[in-house]
Ligand binder design. Structure first.
Ligand SMILES: [Fe+2]
Length: 276
């Protein structure tokens, strides 16, 4: 339709209505993303509340996994998936059926070991309602105990059929399991962990990711991260402060400890008033 002086107001009105519609849809999408991010925070706090040790473990694993994801030059959206899979890989362990087993310091019986092996499936089920927002999250969590040679669980996926985020998290999870002290044993050195991960190259772990993980400049970053996260002793208590809806929406998913400006310590290390 040719533009004439008489049609200009109608075209301008249509353009304004279109712009308003786009703005409205953008705001609605940002609100939905904010709700999804808040849901993840709530889930993480539920992990902290159920088992602070697991809450601290998954944060350390996320920190190591992000170092490896960065070294692998993954795209930003892939790094976000790695971060989420790392943070929620063990959420299936909060299931009531596993609670007593996990909190018992005794060696596991075969039946208990089989019960624990259900946690990837249980975790994927917990996260399934968030699939619309995070399509790769339940699948990544489901796959974090698969092995490169196809002998893992629950589906015996092999090689590149295992989601990339799960392969990254598997290495980070193993590194933390070896180096961090548990109730029943002391943690071993990072060098021992690197050797054990190398032993699993091509059998348990993606060989290319192992090569990257132990590559000296990358491993130096892992060690630096390890020193940093060793201060993350307590669950993280963050508070969302007042939002201005007209400003950039607050859709950040907070999971790292806050640091004090004065001392550079995590907020969790600061004295807290406790209700009694
Ligand atoms: Fe696990």
């Amino acid at each position: 339709m040719p533009l004439t002086p008489r049609s200009i107001p109608a075209v301008a009105a249509a353009a304004t209505a279109g712009a308003l519609l786009v703005r409205h849809e953008l705001k609605a999408r940002q609100a939905a993303e904010r709700i999804a991010a808040a849901s993840l925070e709530s889930l993480l706090k539920a992990i902290d509340a159920n088992d602070p040790d697991t809450g601290a473990h998954v944060r350390r694993v996320a920190a190591y996994a992000l170092v490896l994801a960065d070294a692998a030059a993954l795209a930003d959206h892939q790094k976000r998936t790695v971060e989420r899979v790392a943070l929620f890989h063990d959420i299936g362990k909060i299931h009531e059926a596993l609670f007593d087993i996990i909190h018992d310091a005794r060696a596991l019986t075969p039946a208990e070991r089989r019960a624990i092996a259900t946690h990837p499936q249980r975790g994927a089920e917990v996260l399934a309602p968030l699939t619309g927002f995070y399509p790769d999250l339940p699948e990544g969590v489901l796959s974090h105990h698969e092995r490169w040679d196809g002998t893992g669980y629950p589906r015996q996926l092999k090689g590149a059929r295992i989601p990339l985020a799960a392969r990254v998290v598997s290495i980070a999870d193993t590194f933390d399991a070896i180096t961090h002290s548990r109730r029943y044993r002391d943690g071993r050195s990072a060098t021992v962990a690197a050797d054990m991960i190398l032993e699993g190259r091509g059998t348990q772990f993606d060989p290319d990711l192992v090569d990257l993980f132990v590559f000296p400049p990358v491993f130096a970053r892992v060690l630096a991260t390890s020193r940093e996260v060793s201060h993350w002793r307590e669950p993280i208590h963050t508070r969302r402060t007042g939002h201005d809806e007209e400003q950039v929406p607050d859709i950040t998913f907070r999971w790292r400890p806050e640091r004090t400006a004065a001392h550079g310590r995590p907020a969790s290390d600061r004295p807290r008033r406790t209700a009694r």
